[in-house]
Design a protein around this ligand. Structure first.
Ligand code: NDP
Length: 330
């Protein structure tokens, strides 16, 4: 008999009413894949909050083990790239949405989805970064590809206290950028400044409908908020600036005009972490392993246990979670 282990399972009844349970399962209950990984650390992202609460249709196969990120050790593999004992990271690829995910002590996945844990990084570090931090790095890469440098001007980070926001601030500050942090939690000014923010902006300044073009205030932005905020961010981006759009914490809509694009040459770069190609992921994780300050990462991360995941998933949607959450699966 294979060993049993704990898994969070979300299910739906005939009336599409969602329920969440903690179950004992075995490796035979997992979905198909060519690599079995012992999950040592995971995290709770905004998306995981949506999956567990059912607030948005993240889960597209029922029942489902949620959790879009994990780090652990390969237990068995028939994939050419991986062998037992390898330390691996998984972010996205539909795991926790259409394929059983991270909230179980073992996961069976397609080996093509895995990347090696960078040298010197622990599973806890990797999950303190998680999809949110890797998305922050993809956003920084997008700004760099658009020619934005620390000399071009300040960079705005919206959703500053969130996972994407807090890692973005740390990365940009380390790279020498002047960072403006937009937040609804101005009481967290000291925390945001400790990460490297030079200025704090009350998010209320950006969240209501504004003019199609405003005063030029920043050379670029990393926006995890979307909606009216993103429209205002674009309207206040300087000539030939660039904005990386990666989130929708305020909303999925974008009530903007083309004015910033056609009158100021501003560019808008979409960021998708879920299906990003392996080469881009490896580049992002290599940069994260060398450019993210370990002390700042530790100050961003809060450790929880497996039994705290469900409550934290609710908290993240209520804006109660600061920075990143690491789940110790031991
Ligand atoms: P968090 O919940 O950790 O952070 C979101 C932050 O947004 C909050 O901390 C808050 O910051 C701010 N915020 C929340 N609600 C509102 C609102 N109504 N109006 C304005 N600001 C708000 O989430 P993550 O950082 O993990 O993710 C951020 C977004 O990015 C999510 O929408 C997520 O789905 C998306 N995402 C996208 C990815 C991709 O591949 N494109 C990958 C990862 C995440 P504060 O309190 O400082 O104001």
């Amino acid at each position: 008999m294979p060993d049993t282990f704990k898994a969070i399972m979300v299910s739906r009844d005939e009336d599409k009413k969602q329920s969440v349970t903690i179950e004992d399962i075995t490796v035979d209950d997992l979905m198909d894949g060519d690599v079995v990984v012992r999950v040592e650390a995971t995290t709770v992202n905004y998306k995981d909050g949506l999956a567990i609460t059912g607030k948005s249709p993240v889960v597209r196969r029922w029942p489902m083990i949620p959790g879009v990120d994990f780090c652990g050790t390969v237990l068995s593999s028939s994939h050419a790239k991986w062998k037992a004992g390898d330390k691996v990271i998984l972010n996205g690829w539909g795991v926790g949405e259409t394929h059983y995910g991270a909230y179980a002590q073992q996961a069976r996945v397609n080996g093509d989805w895995l990347i090696a844990l960078p040298d010197g990084m622990t599973p806890t570090d990797a999950m303190a970064i998680g999809t949110a931090g890797y998305t922050a790095m993809l956003s920084v890469l997008a700004l760099e590809n658009a020619g934005i440098t620390p000399d071009t001007g300040p960079i705005l980070v919206t959703g500053a206290n969130g996972g994407v926001g807090s890692v973005s601030i740390s990365l940009l500050a380390k790279l020498g950028y002047h960072v403006i942090a937009s937040t609804g939690r101005t009481s967290e000014e000291a925390f945001l400044k400790s990460l490297g923010a030079a200025e704090i902006l009350d998010r209320a300044e950006l969240s209501e409908p504004g003019r199609p073009l405003g005063k030029e205030r920043w050379a670029g932005a990393i926006d995890s908020v979307g909606s009216t905020t993103l429209a205002n961010v674009l309207a206040q981006t300087q000539y030939y600036g660039a904005v990386a759009a990666c989130g929708l914490a305020q909303g999925m809509d974008l009530p903007a005009s083309v004015a910033p694009f056609i009158l100021r040459g501003v560019s808008l770069h979409g960021i998708d972490s879920v299906m990003a190609p392996i080469a881009l992921r490896e580049k992002a994780w290599t940069r994260l392993s060398t450019e993210l300050d370990a002390g700042k990462l530790a100050s961003i991360a809060t450790k929880i246990g497996f039994d705290d995941i469900i409550e934290t998933a609710h908290g993240i949607l209520e804006g109660k979670v600061r920075g990143r959450v690491v789940v110790d699966m031991a």
